[in-house]
Ligand binder design. Structure first.
Ligand code: S3P
Length: 215
């Protein structure tokens, strides 16, 4: 094992201990009706990590793309091919707005969803957004294994991905929370998310209660 691996393992152990000490019932309570909304580029792990996060918190996991496919009775690739991207985007806005009324839950959104200002506003009102930030190499290694993403079905998927990441990252950065996910086990990413959520939500609670007791 290299020094780097040892360091990474030690960091993961510390994070796992910290995450285990978080009161998850209090975390869910602090969330209220808000959904935890995972945003980020294709292949960043919104669905795989999202499922595990939902399990950890005892919440339902919903994948917005699957809901769009269900509503349209077509795959995302078919919607793009038959009706074009603008049609997909307006369906995506509607479906996400509807799903946000059903929180609390863990909601994974498609990589382009957060680019819509209307969707960002809905998410701010009814959710807690979390950007799963992943580097280019990790994302490319993952998306290469699948051919289900219409935006990458062209002669230069790497160039497209670089362009999309450059355009979108400043917008993803507007999410309330960010967790950087390296190529580590999914449970380690969930640990980081739990810690990040607790820092944010419990601090919010403390601020509210100190404001109430001061007034
Ligand atoms: C898209 C990402 C996809 C899907 C659609 C468009 C995008 O979702 O919504 O292919 O614009 O980045 P994933 O991020 O889950 O792959």
């Amino acid at each position: 094992m290299t020094q780097n691996d040892k360091k990474r393992n030690a960091e993961m152990e510390t994070a796992a201990m910290k995450a285990n000490s978080v009161d998850l019932a209090r975390l869910v309570q602090a969330l209220g009706h808000r959904s935890i909304v995972l945003v980020g580029i294709m292949g960043c792990g919104k669905s795989t990590v999202g499922k595990r996060l939902a399990q950890r918190l005892g919440l339902e996991f919903i994948d917005a793309d699957s809901e769009i496919e269900r509503a349209a009775n077509m795959t995302v690739a078919e919607i793009f091919a038959e009706h074009g991207e603008p049609y997909f985007r307006s369906g995506e806005e509607r479906v996400i707005a509807r799903l946000l009324g059903e929180g609390p839950q863990v909601l994974a959104t498609g990589g382009g969803a957060f680019m819509s200002e209307a969707t960002r506003t809905e998410i701010t009102e009814h959710g807690l957004s979390l950007w799963l930030k992943v580097d280019f190499e990790t994302v490319m290694a993952r998306v290469r294994r699948r051919s289900t993403r219409p935006l990458l079905q062209n002669p230069d998927p790497e160039g497209t991905m670089r362009k999309l990441m450059a355009e979108r990252e400043p917008v993803y950065a507007q999410a309330a929370l960010t967790v950087t996910s390296k190529d580590v086990p999914h449970e380690a990413v969930v640990d980081q998310i739990v810690i990040t959520m607790a820092d944010y939500l419990f601090q919010d609670e403390e601020l509210t209660s100190s404001q109430t007791s001061n007034s």
